[in-house]
Design a protein around this ligand. Structure first.
Ligand code: NDP
Length: 285
């Protein structure tokens, strides 16, 4: 029987810890604030921003949402980011992606102060991760590491295969697994004989962006499988990049969709936001 990793319970635990950390900061007279910038009215983005607000409320983090119309210029978004960078009361800045096509996402991300970049997308934070300096780590891969650790799954010495090499999931995921002393292989769309590679994994992390792409032939008996993917099917149900029903019987442990990695992302955003406030408090003391 496979162990189903309970992302809901683990994310609830992390948010509870954040609530306690916010309370300890409040006792020292420090409040925690997250600024969320939303450009346009993409329905999915609106849902994400709302969920972030709710999580902030639970943790005692003040959330300020800046809703800008879809025709806002690049310069106007940059001006807002600069204002938030200079605002001492703001600990974290999150610009909800994707941005409208006329806006250069990279330029906006690069404008965010690295210490307030709670999404962990700024090149400073990406670089810090790769050379082992403290910084903010991209929330989804950081959430995967928490899922593994809090489920007592050993990473050190294990062969970890990551399918996907995107800047927000695959690449930081591979760096984090390496930091935990995993032996890491990164596979992507040009990988020759993907099955032969994934079948060697003790821990298989899938972030390929294709519904039910990974079936049992890709998985070694007794592997741990982490499914980052999230897709809405025609019947409105959610599924991942892994065909759960076919893969689960072969695994030692597996994450479900929903209730696996997805719920961890916001919990780690809360964690990054509180960490930013704690670092600032420590620095100013
Ligand atoms: P991207 O589309 O940016 O990256 C997909 C990666 O998969 C690429 O590196 C691509 O390779 C690789 N790939 C595509 N096809 C194949 C193939 N046939 N064989 C091997 N590799 C392949 O996606 P993201 O990283 O942004 O997201 C991945 C998944 O995770 C998506 O389902 C997304 O919805 C989900 N997601 C979930 C989050 C959450 O909170 N749970 C957060 C972020 C993402 P190449 O580089 O060569 O093109």
């Amino acid at each position: 029987m496979s162990y189903i990793i309970d992302g809901k319970a683990i994310s609830a635990q992390i948010k509870e810890e954040c609530r306690e950390r916010v309370e300890r900061l409040r006792e020292k007279g420090v409040s925690v604030t997250l600024a969320v910038v939303l450009v346009g009215d993409d329905p999915a983005s609106c849902v994400y921003v709302n969920n972030k607000k709710k999580a902030c409320e639970f943790c005692g983090i003040e959330s300020r949402t800046y809703e800008l119309s879809a025709d806002t210029t690049q310069q106007e978004v940059l001006n807002l980011v600069q204002t938030l960078n200079a605002d001492e009361s703001v600990n974290g800045i999150l610009v909800q992606l994707p941005l409208p096509e006329h806006i250069d996402e990279n330029e906006i991300i690069y404008a965010i102060s690295p210490e307030k970049d709670v999404d962990g997308f700024h090149p400073y934070n990406v670089g810090a991760l790769s050379i082992g300096l403290p910084g903010h780590v991209s929330c989804t891969p950081a959430g995967v590491i928490e899922l593994l650790k809090r489920s007592n799954i050993e990473i050190s010495g294990k062969h970890c295969v990551v399918v996907g090499r995107s800047n927000i999931v695959g690449k930081p995921m591979s760096m984090l697994l390496l930091r935990e002393n995993g032996t890491v292989t990164v596979a992507h769309s040009k990988t020759a004989d993907l099955k032969a590679v994934t079948s060697q994994a003790d821990i298989l992390v899938v972030a390929v962006g294709k519904p039910k792409f990974i079936t049992e032939e890709y998985v070694k008996e007794g592997a741990v499988v982490i499914d980052v993917g999230i897709h809405r099917m025609d019947n409105k149900k959610l599924c991942g990049d892994v065909d759960f029903d076919r893969v689960e019987p072969k695994t030692k442990a597996i994450t479900p969709v929903p209730g696996g990695v997805g719920v961890m992302t916001i919990a780690m955003l809360m964690h990054n936001c509180v960490t930013a406030a704690e670092r600032k408090e420590c620095y100013e003391r």
